[in-house]
Design a protein around this ligand. Sequence first.
Ligand SMILES: [Zn+2]
Length: 322
Amino acid sequence: MKAPGFNKLLAQLPSLNGPQRRQLLAALHPAAGLERIIALIAEVRAPGRRCPDCACDRCHRHGQANDLQRFRCRQCGRTFNDLTGTPLARLRFKGKWLDYLAALLDSRTVRRAASHVGVHRNTAFRWRHRFLHWVKHDRPRQLTGIVEADETFLLESQKGSRKLDRKPRKRGGKAGVRGISRHLDCILVARDRTGQTIDAVTGRGALKKSQLVQHLLPKLDPQALLVTDSNAAYRAFARDYGIAHQAVNLQAGERVRASGKGAIHVQNVNAYHRRFKEWLARFHGVASIRLPNYLGWHWALDGGRITSVEQLLRIAIRLIHS
Ligand SMILES: [Zn+2]
């Protein structure tokens, strides 16, 4: 629109009635969202902007595409934008991303997020996993001091997959075999007393020492005191890797024991399990293969760690702990 026409339009705005004003605001809402998200993306990515191909930090502006500034690398000549190489590259409807991020902060289901944001359910589903892809890796580097570790189990689910590797279960089914069976997904959670938490889906069935080596060892300060229940896998792991270890004998009714280093118990990690499962219930069963995303999502929200769409976007497009 040319300037005179636009000025005329502006001059007419005061004569709008209430409903018309609201209608106009609603029509402008996606545009305002688009402007804000574009500015945010640039703000997050501009420091240390590098060519995704050769990592050269010298580039120049090279037109616009898909609402984003394009850059051209001075060294290799490749063009890129601020989302190239991130999980959000090539996703459409950027004007709706902020509303979608708000839906993630509210832990909305796919259906509710879709209607809130005004996109198709399939889009809301795809976006969820793209937006959470890097969020789930945003974890502490190390757990220190007293580190509680314990595993919990969820009925494995092949929701959404075409081929089942077992007989289908009735809705809301139970594992076929009692005890810790191959129908349960094992989730290992470790949490230190400052609240730093890591988790891992270790696979189906009981936890093994080798899984502790794979998932817990790299995150454990060698000086940490590992506190667990009396599961033999932890004992063997701690012994083999020279880690100080105290076990609470829950079966014998022991809950807390005093020690020189602090109270010996696994109540923080068990409370974390409980909060995760309560939060997860709203999704009515999630596919096993997606569990890491949900664990990461929950970690982002637990204890108010991430409370704004800006923070969430920052993590979704920039690995904090790379
Ligand atoms: Zn380059």
